[in-house]
Design a protein around this ligand. Structure first.
Ligand code: ADP
Ligand code: MG
Length: 347
């Protein structure tokens, strides 16, 4: 198990004015799975390549268990990377692909065969040793790529959008498999994704990167309850942002006066609350109750999405279909915003 420290890591490609990765600092606990989350082009792959030794940083340091590894050759770092597009060797059998890392380490043939068999069982592909990559589905190929990385028992597993090329059901299946294996083996893992749901389901902690900069590094639930700023909240599906002022635990806005949870930011700010935390219709009981007018209502099967106006503000809510069944567009609807669901962003 390896603790990974990233300190002031910066990469500026020649000819670029903005750094692809700018002063990134992260501490990744031994044995944990951290998701690097951010939109395309925010510097995720560049960060992973610097950790693996495939790219040299412009500045900063990377430490495995407090030892800088920048001067250590990629193949001796003990970090293995799995890419989005599998990159299996097409003319090698599955067994040869998976055993490759052991073969170049001059491990005994019988031991290689044994380890390959075990690891193929672990990724739930037993008995496929003699097949070739083109004979496997995308999901199976990605599991072979994972097996090839795991067979060398790396200190650090780097997964760069490993699920992006797969259909939804395969994506969920492999996501759960990765989580299982990671917990079983306890390998420190960095998982890159642009999908916030994937990050939340998989990771012990999520690092949100926007424009090459770390915005927030936190447990998954913090992004829903205590987002660092409006852009972060929006990245996680936040939709309600109301400008106003808070003083003495009360937020004054065009919506009305709303009591806030303890420790909320005081002064000018932006009130935010998750659409799924708005209590509406039959569920609109308790503090901070308001009257709204229904603007729009979309039944989505297991939930109903509503747009409501309160004075000049429009807010979005997601409700249990049963709670809002009888309400029609233009009708008055009661709603409540429990103080525990409110969060004030500095502006
Ligand atoms: P992500 O993986 O988050 O999509 P990347 O790390 O691949 O993002 O890229 C971050 C930024 O660095 C992008 O603007 C990209 O165009 C740029 N970039 C990546 N690799 C190179 C390279 N070899 N030379 C120049 N620019 C690059
Ligand atoms: Mg990338």
């Amino acid at each position: 198990m390896t603790h990974l420290s990233i300190k002031g890591l910066t990469k500026r490609f020649s000819g670029q004015t903005e750094a692809a990765v700018a002063d990134l600092n992260l501490e990744i606990e031994s044995g944990s799975l951290v998701a690097l989350l951010g939109p395309s082009g925010c510097g995720k792959t560049t960060t992973m390549k610097m950790i693996a030794g495939l790219l040299e940083p412009t500045a900063g340091d990377i430490l495995f268990d407090k030892q800088s590894i920048l001067r250590i050759a990629p193949e001796r770092r003990g970090a293995v990377m799995v890419f989005q597009n599998y990159l299996l060797f097409p003319y090698m059998s599955i067994a040869q692909n998976v055993g490759y890392g052991l073969k170049i380490r001059k491990i005994d043939r019988a031991i290689i065969d044994q380890r390959v068999r075990e690891i193929l069982e672990l990724v739930r592909l037993p008995g496929l040793e003699s097949r070739y990559p083109k004979e496997l589905s995308g999901g199976q190929q990605q599991r072979v790529a994972l097996a090839r990385a795991l067979v060398v028992e790396p200190r650090l597993l780097l997964l760069d959008e490993p699920l992006s090329n797969l259909d939804a059901h395969l994506r969920f299946e492999l996501r759960d498999l990765i989580r299982d294996i990671q917990q079983k083996m306890g390998i420190t893992t960095v998982f890159v994704t642009h999908d916030q749901e994937e990050a939340v389901v998989l990771a012990d902690k999520v690092a949100l990167i926007l424009d090459g900069k770390l915005r927030q590094y936190d447990n998954a639930d913090a992004y829903y309850k205590r987002p660092a700023d409006e852009e972060t909240a929006r990245f996680f599906g936040g939709q309600n942002f109301v400008a106003g002022r808070s003083a003495n635990g009360v937020f004054e806005a065009p919506l009305g006066s709303l009591s806030l949870p303890q420790g909320a930011h005081e002064g000018s700010g932006i009130l935010t609350f998750r659409p799924e935390n708005v209590r509406i219709g039959a569920a609109a009981t308790g503090e901070n109750s308001l009257q709204a007018r229904l603007v729009d209502k979309i039944f989505m099967g297991t939930q109903t999405r509503l747009r409501l106006s309160v004075g000049d503000e429009t807010i979005t809510a997601i409700a249990n279909p049963n709670d809002v069944e009888g309400y029609l567009v233009d009708q008055e609807v009661p709603l409540a915003l429990p103080s525990s669901a409110l969060w004030v962003l500095k502006n």
